[in-house]
Design a protein around this ligand. Structure first.
Ligand code: SAM
Ligand code: DTB
Ligand code: SF4
Length: 384
């Protein structure tokens, strides 16, 4: 029979281990066991892991800008920018550098700490790269962290981006290796892993995650997370997108994913990648406040802020500010997010002590229960 205390202690052991030393060898059945926990247990474990590594009320805030829009040669079935589908989206060529800088200044003034620039390319062309490098230099000079997502990059391109001062490169695995072929046929999973390798080798931070709600099975969500944890080190930033269903794309009418399943995936990502920022990424415009609050409770600690993602809507800034106030959240300050090692060490020690005390209490409760069962058996035997 199913024994809830066994499930909880397995999760205790797994999450304790994950907190002490991030792992890269999670088996699919272990990840699925985390997904299968009762929702309350899963969120409790995720929150414990979260508190061991982060200020639980700080949320990293990035703003996105599409620097080159539409007419993309790739056939990603979720994407409004693919040239393979008619989504009514206008095509725009690479933005002028000054326009990008203007938008970055506005994002900084509104409170963003990172500026992410996205281009609808298979990979950057040499003639565009010089302008892109200048964008990185100019945005960086404003005191913002920089992030770009330009499609596949080779070693040389990654090196030049890093040299220009690019902090993060975003390149998502999107889904499990098994489901991938249902979604994209013009580039392979191996291509994506290769780009991530080039980004790492160039010394940039990796931003990689996926999209949920594309009709994938629960096992695909677990397998996507397994692929992400295999990356060494774990990606510093893990965007978890809820599919934004755009009319004209092949996934326009796919069945909605239950928000609880989405929250489970965030919690499992938090447990598996304890030191990574997990971003509650696309899809917030379609989510209510309660779902977003649950995502933060599950360990999400990053968002896109500003009323546009790349081509689709994101919540208005004033609504996000009101939500932060309601939940007692605050934007993460750049200078305290990674380097405040003393605070992190104190939090880590305290949480590990709490976890050990909790495990000891559980063991003593189980011992007491066993002793009383034995006493009961002995007394029934003497009555017989
Ligand atoms: N063209 C580049 C590439 O794909 O490598 C960069 C831009 S692309 C739009 C960045 C990411 O946005 C995709 O990998 C995908 O995960 C996400 N995305 C695109 N369309 C989406 C949608 N409709 N809903 C949720 N996420 C989406
Ligand atoms: C990511 O994982 N999500 C962002 C960012 N990385 C580039 C993009 C979301 C795009 C949603 C659809 C759109 O606005 O075009
Ligand atoms: Fe192109 Fe990126 Fe959209 Fe795929 S996700 S179609 S590569 S812009």
């Amino acid at each position: 029979m199913f024994d809830a205390s066994d499930a909880t202690s397995t999760a205790d052991a797994l999450t304790l281990a994950a907190t002490a030393q991030p792992r890269h060898d999670w088996r699919l059945d272990e990840i699925e066991a985390l997904f299968a926990l009762s929702f309350n247990d899963l969120l409790f474990h995720a929150q414990r892991v979260h508190r061991a590594h982060f200020d639980p009320n700080a949320v990293q805030v990035s703003t996105l800008l599409s620097i080159k829009t539409g007419a993309c040669p790739e056939d990603c079935k979720y994407c409004p920018q693919s040239g393979h589908y008619s989504t009514g989206l206008g095509k725009e060529k690479l933005l002028e550098i000054e326009k990008v800088v203007e938008q970055a200044e506005a994002a900084k003034a509104a409170g963003a700490s990172r500026f992410c620039m996205g281009a609808a390319w298979k990979s950057p062309r040499e003639k565009d790269l010089e302008a892109v490098l200048e964008m990185v230099r100019r945005v960086k000079a404003l005191g913002l962290e920089t992030c770009m997502t330009l499609g596949m990059v080779d070693n040389g391109q990654a090196g030049r981006l890093a040299e220009a001062g690019l902090d993060y490169y975003n390149h998502n695995l999107d889904t499990s290796p098994e489901y991938y072929g249902e979604i994209i046929t013009t580039r392979t999973y191996a291509d994506r892993l290769e780009t991530l390798g080039h980004v790492r080798e160039a010394g940039m931070k990796v931003c990689s995650g996926g999209i949920l709600g594309m009709g994938e099975a629960p096992r695909d969500r677990a397998a996507l997370l397994q692929q992400l944890v295999r990356l060494e080190p774990h990606p510093e930033s893990v965007p978890i997108n809820m599919l934004v269903k755009v009319p004209g794309t092949p996934l326009e009418h796919v069945e909605d994913l239950d928000p609880i399943e989405f929250i489970r995936a965030i919690a499992v990502a938090r447990i598996l990648m304890p030191k990574s920022h997990v971003r509650l990424s696309a899809g917030r415009e379609q989510m209510n406040e309660s779902t977003q609050a649950l995502a933060f409770l599950a360990g999400a600690n990053s968002i896109f802020y500003g009323e546009r993602l790349l081509t689709t809507a994101n919540p208005q800034a004033q609504l996000d500010r009101a939500l932060f106030a309601k939940l007692g959240l605050h934007p993460e300050r750049r200078d305290t997010c990674v380097d405040d090692t003393q605070v992190q060490a104190r939090v880590q020690t305290r949480v590990e002590a709490e976890i050990e005390a909790d495990l000891a209490r559980r063991a003593s409760r189980q011992a007491a229960a066993r002793a009383s069962e034995l006493a009961y058996d002995a007394s029934s035997a003497s009555v017989d």
